[in-house]
Write a protein that binds this ligand. Structure first.
Ligand SMILES: C[S@@+](CC[C@H](N)C(=O)[O-])C[C@H]1O[C@@H](n2cnc3c(N)ncnc32)[C@H](O)[C@@H]1O
Length: 315
């Protein structure tokens, strides 16, 4: 992806495809962040699109990334702290699919079986993500990864992984703490002066809420999440939340309650891939909620045009 910054085009590195990644709309999200703040905490960090762009813009020098998916955090930790080791382990696994007598599809399932049997090292996680359909790590109720491989692709080339991993490391090494726990636990460390960016799974996309749609290893209950935001309000911690939105005219999920005092914006995330598959042309608008303390930057909101955003409350 190319991010326009002033007159220059700046490439924002990303490691691997990941379903739900915010990399395409990251610039739209971080325009609501303060110019400077103490520390960025991402309780649902995934592949860290927002952390990476925030580091590139130099808004803070201190980052906390957390995701309940431990192998995923292990992968990002290795990427940031040992990028070339990650790239060379990935290359070995990636080249295995081209070995004589090997079929690239059964090779994928062999690596997935090894992963499910406990070999959850960063390079194996990276290879699986690079090869699964839509970058989606689906799990069954027992926590076994069961996503199939994308038969049309062989996964990101090792040279590209090496380049991007190094760029991500250059931005974040020595400045980042890594955790793998439930978001409510990591929120306990947040203090006034930090900024928390939260991108929980969409409502209805996890085993707990909807056994037929288990896009992530765990999920978030709406009421618990609201409670956690209320607690941040009480502690004067600023935060920005991505949480569902609209496809065409259809609202996805429930809006966060008005009494949290948030400004609710919609970001135009482009044509919905699912709707396009069904022969419709519908725009996806992702909800973005901005906490009370961030409203100080009133000017930002005034620049918005109705084509880009629809402000529905709070402001
Ligand atoms: C929409 S994705 C985040 C994507 C991320 N913004 C990116 O750019 O890659 C949501 C993430 O939340 C994680 N997750 C799900 N339930 C969680 C929980 N209870 N606590 C912490 N993380 C959780 C998932 O493993 C997943 O990586």
């Amino acid at each position: 992806m190319i991010y326009m910054k002033g007159m220059n085009d700046v490439k924002v590195p990303h490691l691997v495809q990941y379903q739900g990644s915010k990399r395409n709309i990251a610039p739209e999200i971080i325009r609501y962040f303060p110019e400077k703040f103490n520390r960025l905490i991402e309780p649902f960090s995934g592949t860290c699109a927002i952390t990476i762009l925030t580091a590139l813009e130099g808004r803070t020098n201190s980052f906390v990334i957390n995701d309940i998916n431990a192998p995923l955090i292990g992968m990002m930790e290795e990427c940031i702290n040992n990028p070339q080791a990650l790239a060379s382990s990935y290359e070995k696994i990636w080249l295995g699919q081209y070995e004589e007598g090997e079929n690239n599809i059964s090779y994928f399932y062999k690596i997935r079986d090894e992963f499910n049997a406990g070999q959850q090292d960063p390079a194996r996680m990276l290879f699986l993500l690079a090869r699964v359909v839509k970058g989606a790590v689906r799990y069954n109720a027992q926590g076994v990864m069961n996503q199939s491989c994308d038969k049309r692709r062989f996964g990101t080339k090792p040279s590209m992984i090496a380049k991007n991993a190094q760029s991500i490391s250059d931005l974040l090494k020595g400045k980042t703490e890594f955790y793998s726990m439930d978001y409510r636990e990591i929120l306990k460390i947040a203090r006034s002066g930090d900024l928390v960016y939260m991108d929980p799974p969409y409502q209805g996309t996890s085993n707990q809420e909807n056994p037929r749609d288990n896009r992530y290893i765990q999920g978030v209950q709406f009421d618990d999440f609201v409670e956690a935001l209320r607690d941040l309000n009480t502690r004067n911690v600023d935060y920005v939340v991505s949480y569902d939105g609209m496809t065409g005219d259809k609202v996805i999920g429930r809006y966060l309650p008005e009494d949290l005092g948030l400004t609710h914006l919609f970001i135009n995330a482009g044509l919905s891939a699912q709707a396009t598959l069904n022969g419709k042309h519908e725009i996806t608008r992702e909800s973005l909620y901005v906490s009370r303390g961030l409203k100080r930057a009133e000017d930002k909101y005034k620049q918005l045009t109705i084509d880009e955003y629809l402000v529905v409350g709070g402001a």
